[in-house]
Design a protein around this ligand. Structure first.
Ligand SMILES: [Zn+2]
Length: 500
């Protein structure tokens, strides 16, 4: 690569339970050695970005060094002293059950990011658990509940080993100047404010950066955790070797990640349209398998988030970035050029588009329709395959993710004539415990649905949504009347008892 830049691909891990999901993350364009540009005054960036080491990552790194895992080979080159120090310090713990259990887990299947997530969720007596959510998916990836239990139990014991606690304390001390430098960088520029103004969306929540001792791209990660109030906690592990490159590198990485926090739900709201292009996955995955992680929705997500980060870099730091990148783009990411061109259209039409939400469908027009042929191995990942109406809430399976989706839908609905969108909103509002609003949206959906056989399911779904809303509001009589008043209600009659 001749350019002084490279895309770094991080692995973002999943969890259907808390609104994060499996995906490979391209975690930002890291632009090395490009300085200059006017610095905007920082607003409250510093308050929203937390930067620290993480005991779980440090522990995983110790396991890997003791097991002589290839995941530590880059660190061996960059920081041989750290690796040697761990080998020496922990030699009496080489056969600790946690080290042994970690070495026995399948490294390809149960990746470092997954292990981090697992430990992050696990209630250690000395660390606060990230969230108490089910971990069945992670246990499955670990190779079953027995292996999972052996590993997490032993890790919890290892976490309290005096040797490890001493190591952790030293790591904090050693890294303090570096972490402080990063914090100063975070405080200096208003990057979160910039992406908020660019997208027209408020970033509610935190961006937590974990300075990871791991170096390989596959061992970096991001978790998007949706809190119950719809705010986001973005946990982003990045190797020190990346973050100390430059302010632009830092900003770009932040922007790409924050775009996940701001726009991922919007992507999920458009899975139907995105899946119409899912036939493009094969080509995209061949070009950049890590980037797409086997899912077309993920591919689109990563492309859009990179395009947003690119535009922000161009607007705030380096205007000629796209020209400089043209060779790279044609080789690696053919959608980035068209996406950034579309985003320029958006920038010129902010009078009409108060946020990226209303422009998002235009952005998706960059991906030509291309239905999936019979390609089971490359079929788009489970969630979001042609979900309409009531079923379209499936990707939003936590209170927080539903809240976030409902907030974004509120920006999409004004002026919309799409009954499916209103059914979706009604379904979300039922889940959120807002029956009156649900009934209102369902009623609009019914008014907008054509009264023909083709729209029968949609009408039935509108009625079901209304029925559920009435049931939630305990107005059973109205619900029943609504159904009876419907002129051609076979689906309604069939489904009404279930709905009620
Ligand atoms: Zn990403």
């Amino acid at each position: 690569m001749t350019l002084p830049l490279f895309f770094l691909t991080l692995f973002e891990v999943a969890d259907p339970d808390i609104g994060s999901r499996p995906r490979r993350l391209n975690c930002g364009l890291i632009l090395a050695l490009i300085f200059g540009g006017p610095w905007a005054l920082a607003a409250d960036n510093a308050a929203r970005i937390e930067i620290d080491l993480d005991p779980r990552l440090e522990m995983l790194f110790v396991f890997r060094v003791l097991n002589d895992s290839p995941a530590t080979s880059a660190a061996k080159e960059r920081d041989p002293e750290l690796v040697r120090g761990i080998q020496e310090r922990f030699k009496h713990l080489r056969t600790h059950p946690a080290v042994v259990a970690d070495g026995e887990l399948d490294i390809v299947r149960f990746t470092t990011p997954m292990r981090f997530e697992a430990l992050w969720r696990h209630a250690f007596s000395i660390w606060e658990a990230g969230t108490s959510s089910t971990t069945s998916r992670l246990a499955y990836m670990a190779g079953g509940s027995d292996k999972w239990r052996a590993w997490t139990t032993a890790a919890a014991v290892f976490a309290q080993e005096p040797t490890f606690l001493k190591h952790l304390e030293e790591r904090r001390k050693q890294n303090a100047p570096y972490l402080d430098a990063l914090r100063r960088m975070a405080a200096k520029n208003d990057e979160i404010g910039r992406i908020e103004r660019y997208t027209g969306l408020a970033y509610r929540g935190k961006h937590v950066i974990k300075a990871s001792p791991f170096e390989l791209s596959d061992d970096a990660f991001g978790l998007v955790v949706r809190k119950d109030d719809g705010s986001v906690e973005l946990i982003n592990g990045i190797s020190p070797a990346r973050l100390d490159l430059s302010e632009i590198a830092f900003a770009t990485s932040l922007w790409h990640e924050d775009a996940h926090g701001l726009l991922d739900t919007l992507t999920d709201l458009h899975v139907d349209r995105i899946n119409e292009s899912a036939g493009l996955l094969r080509e995209a995955a061949a070009e950049s398998p890590v980037f797409c992680g086997g899912s077309w929705v993920n591919c689109v997500r990563e492309n859009i988030n990179d395009a947003v980060a690119l535009r922000l870099v161009a607007l705030n730091y380096e205007p000629d970035l796209m020209a400089e990148l043209s060779g790279w783009i044609s080789q690696k990411g053919k959608f980035l050029g068209p996406l950034t061109a579309k985003l320029k259209e958006y920038e010129g039409a902010r009078g009409k588009h108060k946020s990226l939400v209303s422009f998002y469908p235009s952005l998706l027009s960059v991906f030509p329709k291309s239905p999936v042929q019979q390609r089971p191995a490359l079929a788009p990942a489970g969630r979001g395959a042609n979900l309409t109406g009531m079923l379209s809430v499936a990707p939003f399976n936590t209170h927080g993710s539903r809240k976030n989706a409902a907030e974004l839908l509120d920006l999409l609905l004004p002026g919309s004539r799409d009954p499916a969108r209103y059914v979706q909103s009604a379904a979300l509002r039922i889940h959120l415990g807002e029956p009156e609003r649900a009934a209102k949206d369902a009623s609009i959906a019914l008014d907008l649905s054509p009264d023909d056989v083709g729209a029968l399911l949609l009408r039935a779904e509108s009625l079901i949504a209304m029925g559920l809303a009435d049931r939630a509001a305990r107005d059973l009589e109205s619900a029943k009347k609504l159904c009876e008043a419907e002129k051609s209600p076979p689906a309604c009659r069939m489904r009404w008892p279930t709905a009620l």
